[in-house]
Write a protein that binds this ligand. Sequence first.
Ligand code: LLP
Length: 386
Amino acid sequence: MKGIFPLNKFRELETPFYYYDANLLRQTLQTIKEESGKYNKFCVHYAVKANANPKILGIIRESGLGADCVSGGEIKAAIKAGIPASKIVYAGVGKTDWEINLGLDYDIFCFNVESVPELEVINELAAAKNKIARVAFRINPDVGAHTHANITTGLAENKFGISMEDMDMIIDRALAMNNVKFVGLHFHIGSQILDMGDFIALCNRVNELQEKLFARQIIVEHINVGGGLGIDYAHPNRQPIPDFAEYFKTYHKHLRLRPQQTLHFELGRAVVGQCGSLITKVIYVKQGTNKQFAIVDAGMTDLIRPALYQAYHKIENITSDEPTETYDVVGPICESSDVFGKAIDLNKTKRGDLIALRSAGAYGEIMASAYNCRSLPKGYTSDELI
Ligand code: LLP
């Protein structure tokens, strides 16, 4: 075992694979429960999109978190893991009829509705089943998060949600319908947010919008502020558990709620990001003209974040203790963006060494693809291997 990794077990497994530290995940969940539990009526949903590995969902279900789903497939995965439908919220700009019907059949907690046409379809499908769908409106708060352009969602230019100007109109439409019940407002400003100021800006916007509703004698049952809390990719060992105390305190301090209102969160990355690593084997060390490449058997098909978002994942040689040398760490895929890191200092690396790409528990395994006819990576938890 070097550091946190059971190397003897790793040597028996086919690479590449994801390895999840189940104890770290449990500690993270415990911290979330403790810190959110300090405030009355904070409800945390896990954003299934970050990682839907059944073993991970099982551990999350044990902690009592609800689920935030964005497809029928995710609703099925959450239900299969044992998460009660009464704790499932369902968002997405393009919900299809079968997906809406699935949510209605399970009587999920709430549909986070993103447009008038969607509201009309939910009302119709609910009527056909003689049901009343609980709906919240996803309002685009036009608050920018200081994060990568591909993962901000709360700006007016994004496809998500309903504009603030249209909020009253869509509420009026819902109030006139027989098979939907308007219960909440939903927001989400982006992902990998580390500056609490961004969340404060969202709180201020929600407060303004709530004032408008109070003036109309409307007090919604709940506010859902989405997810977005980031993790420390540079130092996965220094801060394996994100600062949930500060995160929940920020909302407690800045969001004005009426006593009967509950506050919902949809956290993905902060829950599972740090517990996962992608483990890959060095196939070749190749001397280039003026650099050396460590060519590994994982590629952008297994972890697309570096290629897609220029994301940084800490790279470690977990089987070598020799002095460091500098490498470009690259995968075998026929794309020049298939690079995990350039000019990375690694302990001297040779064919057969194992490399860990850290902080890969969120948006890693779930975003894997079969491009180049590759197999999808497997995922193991420490419960199975240690
Ligand atoms: N709620 C909604 C409505 C969302 O769209 C998202 C993420 C979340 C919650 C969870 O956000 P989190 O707590 O994980 O930041 N693939 C990208 C991230 C995409 C995030 C999409 N929406 C990446 O690898 O960075």
